[in-house]
Write a protein that binds this ligand. Structure first.
Ligand code: MSP
Length: 642
């Protein structure tokens, strides 16, 4: 097995505001890096920013800033977001870093010296508005294919990289390396592109048109084409032509993550550049799909770009990381809506995972002196739950190779959902009541062990919350939370003191104003349901003990020294009683008199603030509102309710 793992993300245009597309690739790389690190692989994770080119030059001019100054100001947005998201990159490369510029310059010179770069006259159709060249066949009705404006024919001298000579080699390489471009259908896309004759690549821009770039070492009137410069970051970032030892250690990359829109630049430009540089190709280039807003492409002009910071503020870093990875299948597009986010959060994290954790911990606290007990005879259902956790481990390990993290996560959530069903079926609250201690202990142990494995399996995805969960289970923080460790089935839990903490994931109430999120849902998700844990359920016999009756309020007065209480004189059939009710903030004494109320008639009398109270009045409370329970029409006092 390869014990080295080098993962890269594209380097992001420094001008852009980071959005969830950028966040997704970087989180995916981070999760892969965390898994590999925890598996003991020597791991290097590179990300950074692409800082040269026309767009940057234009934006800097607009802000009356020097280009470098403009980059220095904008790069912080990415660096800060990665910090907030807990991204563990080993290096953040900027294409304006001096060492990178030096590497680009050396590569250009070397290729030029070996006649792999040559000068030629280039004829193209130039659109002044877009500042772009098009070939004759790109034009639509003789006009710019982008904006429809007039174009002018320009003849310009430029430098070209002899990309065309590698066409046949590249086709054969892709065909003989099934893991080189993933998912497979993207390899076919590249092969489709290679069916047409491959042209040489124009790698220069005259300074008269664009000054913000790396100067060609052999012609000071030109700068390097921004893609040629940017792609080299993957090599310069690990020491190419500067630190041979480092470079030898890390190159070739194990996994280069990209979005589907930059497939050709990576699978054709980058690979042929590497071939010309006589370097091996990366093991895998993986192209993921796009994040859409609902069904629409995210774009600045449509104003539907999802800002990660807004989501993080509202829902926390771990839930955001979880959602992005769980929702996107490898290679396909995924849709982001606030509604989908809240639904998944509430169902997977709050209801399923949070609920199981809270039940296991509560039962351990209540019935096992706050420790995880020793298991006794394991029944089939106990073994089945742990076997499912083993299967999730296998799926997660496989999904790391295929980048199908969504499948790995789904397998873990299967354990969680089965854990909840297991708990319900085993009914430890009944075992506790019946004094079946051995079975109770086995059930609590088994459910806790399933939770522990979940906390390890999801650790790279939700490092913060899964650490909390392991702490709650009393796990020693020094113990490894690695996939490898899960292959060892020794009991590391029994005897650990659990911690009673606030819930792991609080339910998102959809009534909350959603202003913080980019787009309001068209339809609100179901209102929060108060899920009642099975251990809180009572049977009909228990309920039957409660005697509810109607009563008539005869008189009411405040209780001295207690501004929340009213002292009521009530009639329950022929019987007269005195009852203290905490309703003074909502009802005046006068408003109470004459009302038919509902009381718990068989409550043991109590003395409240020195005054005797026989029974309890029922009222409904929601937030700051309180309403008495009463009957729908006239009925005698003392009538029974049931
Ligand atoms: N600077 C180049 C990459 C050079 S790599 C040597 C670039 N930058 S980018 O900022 O425009 O895009 C970076 C990445 O973000 C690309 O992989 C692109 O696919 C991805 N995404 C941009 N919008 C996206 C979505 N809406 N959804 C998912 N990813 C998307 O291209």
């Amino acid at each position: 097995m390869d014990k080295k793992f080098y993962v890269t993300t594209p380097i992001y245009y420094v001008n852009d505001k980071p959005h969830i597309g950028h966040a997704y690739t970087t989180i995916l790389a981070d999760v892969l890096a965390r898994f590999h690190r925890s598996a003991g692989d020597a791991t290097f994770f590179l990300t950074g920013t692409d800082e040269h080119g026309q767009k940057v030059q234009r934006a800097a001019e607009k802000n009356s800033l020097d280009c470098q100054q403009h980059c220095d100001e904008t790069v912080v947005r990415f660096q800060e977001l990665w910090k907030t998201l807990g991204i563990t990159n080993d290096r953040f490369i900027r294409t304006t870093d001096a060492f990178h510029k030096e590497v680009v310059s050396k590569v250009l010179q070397d290729l030029y010296d070996r006649d792999l770069i040559y000068k030629a006259e280039y004829t193209g159709w130039y659109c002044v508005g877009d500042e772009r060249f098009f070939t004759e066949k790109d034009l639509v009705d003789g006009k710019c294919p982008e904006c429809g404006r007039e174009v002018t024919e320009i003849v310009e001298s430029n430098y070209f990289f002899r990309m065309s000579k590698y066409q046949q080699w590249l086709i054969e390489y892709i065909e003989s390396h099934p893991d080189f471009i993933l998912p497979r259908f993207r390899a076919n896309e590249t092969l489709g592109f290679l069916r047409r004759p491959l042209e040489d690549l124009c790698i220069s821009r005259p300074k008269s048109r664009l000054a913000w770039g790396i100067e060609l070492p052999f012609d000071k009137d030109y700068v390097c084409y921004v893609w040629f410069d940017a792609l080299l970051n993957y090599a310069s970032g690990v020491g190419y032509l500067q630190n041979d030892e480092d470079f030898k250690k890390w190159w070739p990359a194990s996994c280069q993550l990209i979005g589907k829109d930059i497939l050709t630049t990576h699978t054709v430009y980058w690979t042929t550049m590497l071939k010309a540089m006589e370097l091996p190709l990366p093991k895998t280039i993986f192209a993921h799909g796009w994040w859409l807003t609902g069904k629409t492409k995210m774009s600045k002009s449509l104003g539907n770009v999802v800002n990660p910071m807004d989501m993080i503020e509202r829902c926390g870093v771990d839930a955001f990381r979880y959602f992005l990875l769980a929702e996107m299948s490898p290679g396909s597009d995924a849709s982001f809506t606030e509604e989908a986010f809240i639904n998944r959060y509430n169902s997977d994290l709050a209801n399923d995972l949070g609920n199981l954790a809270s039940r296991v911990l509560k039962m351990a606290l209540r019935s096992c002196n706050g420790t995880i007990p020793q298991p006794h005879t394991m029944l089939n259902e106990d073994k089945a739950l742990l076997a499912l956790a083993d299967k999730a481990l296998e799926t997660m390990e496989n999904s790391l190779n295929s980048m199908a993290l969504d499948a790995g996560i789904a397998a873990v959530m299967d354990v969680v959902r089965s854990g909840n069903k297991y708990f319900e079926a085993a009914a430890p609250w009944t075992l506790a009541k019946n004094g079946d201690t051995q079975r109770l202990e086995t059930v609590i142990y088994t459910a806790a062990e399933a939770m522990r494995r979940v906390a390890v399996l999801l650790d790279p995805v939700m490092p913060g919350k899964m650490k909390d969960l392991r702490d709650m289970l009393g796990m020693d923080p020094a113990l490894p939370a690695t996939l490898e460790s899960l292959h060892d089935h020794s009991n590391v839990l029994s005897g650990k003191a659990v911690q009673d903490r606030a819930g792991l994931f609080m339910r998102i109430q959809v009534e909350e104003p959603a202003a913080a999120c980019a787009k309001k849902p068209e339809k609100k998700a179901d209102k929060a349901v108060n899920t009642i844990a099975p251990e809180e359920l009572i049977d009909i016999a228990e309920f039957g003990k409660v005697q509810l009756k109607t009563a008539k309020v005869l008189a009411a007065e405040p209780v001295e020294g207690a501004d929340k209480l009213l002292k009521l004189q009530i009639a329950v059939g022929n019987e007269k009683r005195q009852l203290i009710a905490g309703v003074a903030k909502y009802y005046t004494p006068e408003a109470m008199v004459g009302k038919t109320i509902i009381i718990v008639a068989n409550l043991k009398p109590a003395v409240i603030r020195g005054v005797e109270s026989a029974g309890m009045l029922l009222a409904a409370k929601a937030g700051k509102k309180l309403q008495l329970l009463t009957v729908d029409g006239e009925i005698a006092s003392g009538a029974s309710i049931g």
